[in-house]
Design a protein around this ligand. Structure first.
Ligand code: C2O
Length: 555
């Protein structure tokens, strides 16, 4: 592979959306941010220079970062933030991955405006395992708030109530025609030719919403998820959670439709209690006129223009979500094998969900009976340290920074069908799990449904995992494992823990470092639905984490 250099200047930029202009934090003044394009095997060097008042870190979501954990980016996990006026060079090599991923800020809620696509092409002369597309188009979903980011963050973090709902979802930074007159101009347009195959690289960079995606009167073929090829399948709607990426093929119709506009749209799949956003973002699919051939195909004066909208599953259609997720399966062939750990060295059972915690008098709490909403894994609400865990680990200075007693099972025995435990938040702390190198891990994650059943998109840094099983109600350790798929399960970095159910994943801990795991709904991360794994070095030199780069920021 070759080395590709990028310069990311973090700076303020005035941007107008929904008829209002505000100053936002951007990379190089662009919103959404610039694309990173590389081939499998390439090394990427991104020099990030911070020219704003906020502390900043960037994360290369889904990039495995094999033995390059110093470049992973979550603030206070693998690095201290890049402070105003400082710079840091993220350096990593793309090993064994090709497809769509994305980068985003990984501190506070800055990813609301700091995000962009990562496109990893196969090695030179290596074709896709599906028809070569005529064109490739990134489609990145986001959320837009009229209020400034600082106000949004303090509202989200201080009230202890449900998050403030965004004013619009966006496609490639644009809200589209369904919001109001101003955003009708702010619309992404995809001009297509008839009879061609387009590869749409879907990225959900929204903060707090899982999304359904669909194009009016067109069927999509899913070919890749989280930068792993999957067995192709056709669908009219794609479910994509924050943190997930999905490549779909769009085969255009054989004829021109000079008078028809097809909407490309996304709207939430929402299971949780509390605020629900039912707005729809849209872009436009338009067949190009054959103007160079003749003028006869341009719209005739007295023909009506047609606007076709896609049909979506109902907003809380968990059945659709489940069926869709189960269709995602690895290719599992000789070229792209699924290396599912067949045996397991360590088993973990994590409950994930929301809870309530008593509120200090000084806080303006919006939960019931003077409480605030919180979130936890195994009844531990993770507390962000004020120095980076990876440094503390690497230099053997864990004392006072983290403890290694993260529970392998919930502190309060969980029973989905029984009475919910009254002690719904037992403890908080900076607790981690330590794994010897090459541990084969099985992890079952169960939605606690204490405040209400809710789907949680859990994201693991540093690894791809295999989704070997999922179900509803209580996970049964005696019966359910017999049904696990160890042949061709989906291999991904973000999985939805089903609303009112469980999901089982397996991964090989072959990447030494400190690896964050969290719900990719930003509000849940803020409330503590996160933890970290420490994977120890192996014995051989190529199984060890190298020392940090000299420009690694200090806290
Ligand atoms: Cu997409 Cu911890 O991140």
């Amino acid at each position: 592979g070759i080395t590709r250099h990028y310069k990311f200047d973090i700076k303020l930029q005035n941007v107008t959306r929904l008829c209002q202009t505000k100053s936002i934090v951007t990379v190089n003044g662009q919103f959404p941010g610039p694309r990173i394009i590389a081939r499998e095997g390439d090394t990427i060097l991104v020099k990030v220079v911070n020219n704003v008042q906020n502390n900043v870190t960037l994360h290369w979501h889904g990039v495995r970062q094999l033995r390059s954990g110093w470049a992973d980016g979550p603030s206070y996990i693998t690095q201290c933030p890049i402070q105003t006026g400082q710079a840091y060079v993220y350096k990593f090599t793309i090993i064994g991955q090709r497809g769509t991923l994305f980068w985003h800020a990984h501190i506070s809620w800055l990813r609301v405006t700091l995000y962009g696509p990562i496109i990893i092409l196969p090695k030179r002369h290596v074709p896709y395992p599906f028809p070569q597309p005529y064109k490739e188009v990134p489609i990145i979903f986001g959320e837009w708030w009229k209020t400034d980011t600082e106000t949004l963050i303090s509202q989200a973090l201080q009230t202890g109530g449900p998050p403030n709902v965004s004013d619009a979802f966006t496609i490639n930074g644009l809200p589209g025609p369904l919001y109001n007159k101003c955003s009708a101009k702010d619309t992404f347009k995809l001009k297509v030719k008839p009879g061609k195959t387009y590869l749409l690289r879907l990225i959900n960079a929204a903060l707090n919403d899982e999304l359904f995606f669909s194009i009016a009167n067109h069927t999509l073929t899913v070919v890749e998820a989280d930068a792993v090829y999957v067995k192709p399948f056709r669908t009219t709607t794609v479910l994509i959670t924050p943190g997930q990426t999905t490549n779909v093929l769009l085969r255009t119709k054989r004829h021109h439709f000079p008078n028809t506009t097809f909407l490309i749209a996304a709207r939430p799949y929402a299971t949780g209690p509390g605020s629900f956003d039912n707005s729809t973002t849209a872009a436009i699919l338009q067949y190009q006129h054959r103007s160079h051939l003749s003028s006869t195909t341009s719209p005739a004066k007295n023909t009506k223009l047609l606007l076709l909208k896609p049909k979506f599953p109902f907003f809380n259609n968990t059945k659709f979500a489940t069926i869709f997720s189960k269709k995602i399966l690895s290719l599992a062939n000789s070229k792209f094998p699924a290396n599912v750990p067949k045996r397991v060295d360590r088993r973990f059972f994590f409950t994930v969900g929301l809870g309530l915690t008593p509120c200090a008098k000084t806080q303006n709490c919006q939960g019931p009976n003077n409480t605030r909403l919180t979130a936890s894994i195994n009844n531990v609400s993770f507390v962000q340290p004020n120095t980076a865990l990876l440094q503390a680990h690497f230099f053997n200075k864990s004392k006072g920074v983290y403890t290694t007693d993260f529970p392998a099972n919930p502190l309060v025995k969980f029973n989905y069908t029984g009475t919910p435990p009254s002690n719904i938040l037992v403890t908080s702390g900076t607790k981690v799990v330590v794994l010897p190198f090459n541990t084969r891990v099985e992890l079952v994650m169960q939605d606690t449904s204490i405040i209400g059943a809710e789907s949680h998109p859990l994201h693991l840094h540093g690894f791809n995992f295999f989704v070997v099983g999922q179900g509803f109600g209580n996970f049964d350790p005696n019966k359910d494992p017999a049904k696990f798929n160890l042949v061709d399960p989906a291999e991904r970095n973000t999985v939805g823990v089903p609303s009112g159910g469980w999901v089982a994943i397996r991964f090989l801990a072959d990447n030494p470092g400190v690896w964050f795991m969290h719900c990719h709904l930003e509000i849940h991360t803020s409330w503590g639905l996160k933890m970290a794994w420490i994977v120890m070095d192996g014995k051989r030199p190529n199984q060890k984490l190298p020392p940090p780069p000299s420009d690694l920021p200090k806290c």
